[in-house]
Design a protein around this ligand. Sequence first.
Ligand code: MN
Ligand code: MN
Length: 324
Amino acid sequence: MSSASNHEFRNFNQPLGGDAVPRFAGIATMMRLPHQATTDGLDACFVGVPFDLGTSNRSGARFGPRQVRSESVLLRPYNMATRAAPFDSLQVADIGDVATNAYNIFASIDRIEKAYDGIIANGCRPVTIGGDHTIAWPILRALHRRYGPIGVVHVDAHADVNDTMGGEKIAHGTPFRRAVEEGLLDCNRVVQIGLRGTGYHADDFDWCRQQGFRVVQAEECWYRSLVPLMKEVTERVGHGPVYLSFDIDGLDPSFAPGTGTPEVGGLTVQQGLEIIRGLRGLNLVGADLVEISPPYDPHGTTALVGANLAFEMLCVLPGVQYRD
Ligand code: MN
Ligand code: MN
């Protein structure tokens, strides 16, 4: 079946339009898409992981999924810049939230991992709304089980490769250390973008480089378009499975103040868009947007940025049609 006839015979979910029901009305699913409980029949899904037991400073990321859904009601189905029309060719729904355990970090990690085993079993590609960054570890465990070693594009102010935090192995600053130790990553296909700020040692980011990661510190991004960088990134990650993990604190706090561990001198919204749009054509097996903390986001700006970034992630998944 050609993609054109495929389009005729499949009835794809569409975001509810603003003329049908006002944008401020109704139950706020992501992009006003239908909600369904499982990924049966889905090519991609939005899923929330309300969890912040791993945070080291300001908490509140447990409220991220709900707030991003609320700000996502303004999103329309077509990408005016890239011409991506994800709902022309992908079946997408909001599958709700993973039921984390608010009293137990270990039980939560276990529940997240098991949930993602199910979410990706039929090839569905999840766009996750966190949650703090701890959640990337159990998600990568599930992805590795299905796809093998994963390449990662990691946008963040922080490397998140601490051995421990407060003596604990599981925290929002340790997920990529755990992932490397467990062999989940294809380390030569890992790129970290936006790292910056104060540290404990001058060589804090060198552990990453020693693993084979390409580390792009924020200063390397200042005052320039990231389109050339993304050409290098796509060549590096190649055709293998790749995961995008986007910590909202990779952006500058002037754009995204509602987060737990803000660092000055970060990426612009435009650079964030260039990074995501630059992933078009890759075998993106999933993506997350983490560390949005609504209690520190009084105007909803951070959640609005996050909602748009999540839509852009959907727009670069394999199989998306472009109305060129
Ligand atoms: Mn992070
Ligand atoms: Mn961070």
